[in-house]
Ligand binder design. Structure first.
Ligand SMILES: [Zn+2]
Ligand SMILES: [Zn+2]
Length: 378
């Protein structure tokens, strides 16, 4: 913390000299990333310049680099536009835009991805990840790493609404995981968020699923049950708070949930696997009137037993990213050390090795879960 006032601010500015240009990875055609020099961007009103200290690789980055979507720039795919991908970053505020007094130079922050446009119905409702002007910069839409420049670079401009303070004792790498925990939090939010004492099944021990276990447990859910195929990840799930884990290679997950809950089923399922039959299985894990949130999806259309959903009054939600300030709530739980997100961080690379970091994440080399690029040593 620092004292307020101009003297302090200018003192801190000197501490963080800002060059005119920076290193940044840009996307050429599909799968073509190159490291270039770009001008350091300037923050406008309600924005700050963030010196990026670390960034985590997300499965969505891999999608964007290969297929373009869900990134979109002015209604078009993000190829050959000098676009910098990457969205799960944290860093240090080094310059304030005009009128900004919500943050100070020197503040350590993590970012959520979507600023939205601030003018459409969804943004006004707090559902800025579902902005109706998504991808249209002239309408004011910003989602760094999706429709505006992201974080595989030394600096980025962020709207102040996308920043959350992080405590000094939290490492850079851990702070990059907050947005992933925020996505899990948003999934639990949209299902109603009333989970203390209720059973929650998390399907799929990927990064969002594992953070879902941590968040559900921190919010008082019981039992928290994690299902998956990889024993090592299920073990991490236990450390994050899962009372029961089910290896679906050994036991049918629906039968296992029935066994664990004494035939009652659970109130909520957070589906994070994208497996073709996951929704049908989730429907048979929840009790009548239960709720399912889909945070992942199969790449092809799949058959769903709709009659079962309707007859049993089962609610199905889909989420896109992390809306309604869920990232801030996740950051609060992590600042309070309610679960140890660091358990999912498996590998670290420097900025010069972003393609290697992405390859580790994509091919799950050495069972990589979260791969972090440490851009600057503090
Ligand atoms: Zn992500
Ligand atoms: Zn909007």
């Amino acid at each position: 913390m620092q004292s307020a006032g101009l003297a302090a601010a200018s003192q801190h500015s000197n501490e963080y000299p800002i060059p005119e240009s920076m290193k940044a990875w840009v996307l050429g055609g599909p799968e073509q990333l190159s490291l270039v020099e770009k001008p350091v961007p300037q923050p406008g009103p309600a924005e700050v310049l963030v010196r990026i200290d670390a960034i985590a690789v997300c499965a969505t980055d891999i999608e964007i680099i290969r297929h373009g979507v869900p990134a979109m720039i002015d209604g078009d795919l993000p190829f050959e536009k000098g676009f910098t991908p990457g969205h799960e970053y944290m860093g240090t505020v080094v310059r304030l835009g005009p009128t900004v007094d919500e943050f100070e130079v020197g503040d350590r922050v993590t970012v959520e991805v979507h600023a939205g446009c601030g003018r459409c119905q969804r943004c006004r409702e707090g559902m800025y990840t579902s902005c109706l002007n998504y991808g249209y910069r002239e309408k004011g839409h910003r989602a760094n790493g999706f429709s505006t420049d992201g974080g595989f670079a030394e600096y980025a401009v962020n709207h102040i609404n996308t920043l959350a303070h992080i405590p000094d004792e939290m490492s850079d790498a851990e702070a990059t995981l907050i947005v992933t925990a925020g996505t899990a939090m948003y999934g639990l939010d949209v299902m109603g968020g009333v989970i203390a004492g209720e059973g929650v099944v998390v399907i799929g021990p990927g990064p969002i699923g594992l953070m879902g276990v941590g968040v559900a447990k921190a919010l008082g859910a019981s039992p928290v049950i994690l299902t998956g195929t990889r024993e090592r990840r299920l073990e991490i799930g236990k450390k994050l708070g899962a009372e029961d884990v089910v290896n679906v290679g050994r036991e049918d997950p629906v039968a296992a949930v029935e066994r664990i809950t004494g035939g009652k089923g659970v109130q909520y399922v957070l589906e994070c696997s994208g497996a073709p039959n996951a929704l049908n299985e989730a429907a048979r894990m929840v009790n009548r009137g239960g709720r399912i949130c889909l945070a992942a999806f199969p790449s092809d259309p799949v058959p769903v037993d709709l009659a079962y959903l309707v007859r049993n009054n089962i609610y199905v939600f889909g989420i896109r990213g992390e809306g309604k300030s869920a990232t801030h709530r996740a950051a609060a739980l992590m600042a309070q050390k309610r679960f140890d997100a660091k358990l999912i961080h498996t590998h670290t690379f420097p900025l010069s090795e972003v393609p290697t970091a992405i390859r580790y994440a994509r091919e799950r080399i050495e069972d990589a879960i979260k791969v972090v690029v440490q851009i600057r040593e503090n």
